[in-house]
Write a protein that binds this ligand. Structure first.
Ligand SMILES: [Zn+2]
Ligand SMILES: [Zn+2]
Length: 364
C-alpha cells in the first residue's frame, strides 16, 4: 500500500503526496497583501484612486460587490498558478466605535490546479481591505457647488413657477437616462429664474444630450456657448471655459394665430423636431418649415379676438358666401370654401382679417 512520501499518510492525493503535503510543495498562493479602497464619507460610494465604481458600502456582501473585490484580489495577489475560481465565503465590514470602520475582512476560497492532470485544489485564505474615507468627486462638486456644464432654458413668454417646475422635472428625468460612469444622475442642481431655469451638470456630454431632447420636444433653438470658469492661480492662466447649452423656447403656442412675412396669417400647429407646422390661411394648406426660417419670417401676434358670425347664405354660384357679424350686424362676402362645413343660418367663430375669414383649423 502506497503512502505519502513526506508524511506517510495513507490518503494519497497526487504524485505520491497527500493533499496537504502536495499543497506545501506546490502552493497556489505565492504572496497575498492587504487591499485598499476609498469610500465616500457622504454617499458611501466605493471608489479607487483612478476610477469610480457603482458599489456602495451598504452593499457589501452582495454578489456585485463581491465580484468587484475578487477582481481586485486577482490583480494584486501573486499566485503560483492561475486560480480557476475565486469565491468569497465570508465578508464583513469590521465594527468600529464611531461607526466609520476602516476595514473590510473575510475569507476567500481559491480553486486552482497546477497541472491539467492534477485535480482542482481549493484553499481558503483570509483577506483584508482597508477603507480610506474621502468625499467622492461628485459629492465634493455638490458641496462646493461647482459644475462643469449647464443647460439654460429661456423663454420670451411670461411663465408661471409651475411651468418652470415641470421643465425642471423633465430635465431631471432625462438626466437620469444619461447617467455618469458610476450610475449617478449627472444633474445636481436646478436654479429657478424669472425667465427660465439653469440646470447644472457634472459633465458636458449629458448636458448636451438632455438639452437636445428637451429643445426638440418644445421647439427650442439650441446653441452652445461657453462661460468664464475662473483663473488657475497656480499657473496664472484661465481654466478651460465651461460649455453652456442655451435653449431658447418659442414665443408662440400651438393654436396661436399669428402673422409672418408681413401680414400673412397662419395658425401654429406644433413645434417639433426643430420644425414648425402651421396652417397657411392664404394658401389654405398645412406647411412645415425649419424653426430657423420661421423665426426669420418676423412672426407677430395677431391682435384680434374671435367673433361670432352667422352664415346668411351662399351666393347662387356658391363661390361666395354672405356672413354677418353677430355683434355689429355688419355683413361681409367671403370665399365660400371658408365655410363649406357650415349650413345657412348656422353660427360659427372666426376672425375677419384682410378680407379673409380665419377659423380655428384642426388637422384631419
Ligand atoms: Zn503528506
Ligand atoms: Zn459621494
Amino acid at each position: 500500500m502506497s503512502r505519502c512520501i513526506v508524511c506517510g499518510s495513507s490518503e494519497l492525493f497526487f504524485d505520491h503526496h497527500c493533499k496537504q503535503c502536495y499543497l506545501k510543495n506546490y502552493p497556489i498562493l505565492k504572496q497575498k497583501k492587504d487591499l485598499g479602497v476609498f469610500a465616500c464619507s457622504i454617499c458611501e460610494l466605493i471608489f479607487l484612486k483612478s476610477r469610480l465604481t457603482t458599489h456602495y458600502i451598504a452593499d457589501i456582501g452582495k454578489n456585485s460587490v463581491n465580484t468587484f473585490f475578487l477582481s481586485l484580489l486577482r490583480q494584486s495577489w501573486d499566485f503560483h498558478y492561475r486560480p480557476k475560481n475565486l469565491h468569497i465565503k465570508e465578508i464583513a465590514i469590521d465594527p468600529n466605535e464611531n461607526g466609520y470602520s476602516s476595514m473590510i475582512s473575510g475569507i476567500v476560497d481559491i480553486s486552482a490546479s497546477p497541472d491539467a492532470f492534477v485535480p482542482l485544489l481549493t484553499i481558503s485564505e483570509e483577506f483584508r481591505i482597508h477603507i480610506e474615507w474621502q468625499e467622492c468627486l461628485e459629492c465634493r462638486n455638490r458641496l462646493t457647488g461647482s459644475y462643469n456644464s449647464k443647460i439654460q432654458i429661456r423663454t420670451p413668454k411670461k411663465v408661471e413657477i409651475k411651468q418652470l417646475e415641470k421643465w425642471a422635472e423633465e430635465i431631471e428625468s432625462l438626466s437620469q437616462m444619461h447617467p455618469l460612469a458610476d450610475g449617478k444622475n449627472p444633474l445636481f442642481k436646478v436654479d429657478f429664474l424669472k425667465s427660465g431655469i439653469d440646470a447644472l451638470f457634472q459633465t458636458y456630454p449629458p448636458a448636451t444630450s438632455v438639452g437636445k431632447i428637451f429643445a426638440k420636444k418644445y421647439g427650442g433653438i439650441i446653441s452652445v456657448t461657453t462661460e468664464f470658469a475662473g483663473f488657475d492661480k497656480s499657473r496664472s492662466r484661465e481654466y478651460p471655459r465651461k460649455p453652456v447649452v442655451l435653449i431658447t423656447l418659442p414665443e408662440f403656442n400651438s393654436g396661436d394665430i399669428i402673422t409672418i412675412n408681413n401680414h400673412n396669417p397662419i395658425q401654429i400647429r406644433s413645434f417639433k423636431e426643430s420644425k414648425v407646422e402651421f396652417w397657411d390661411y392664404r394658401d389654405k394648406v398645412w406647411k412645415k418649415i425649419p424653426l430657423k426660417s420661421f423665426l426669420a419670417s418676423d412672426p407677430k401676434f395677431l391682435d384680434r379676438e374671435f367673433q361670432q358670425f352667422q352664415l346668411v347664405n351662399f351666393e347662387q354660384d356658391r363661390k361666395m358666401a354672405q356672413i354677418m357679424n353677430m355683434d355689429t350686424f355688419d355683413t361681409h362676402y367671403i370665399d365660400s370654401k371658408e365655410v363649406s362645413d357650415v349650413s345657412e343660418g348656422e353660427t360659427f367663430q372666426g376672425i375677419l382679417f384682410d378680407g379673409m375669414l380665419l377659423r380655428k383649423q384642426e388637422k384631419a
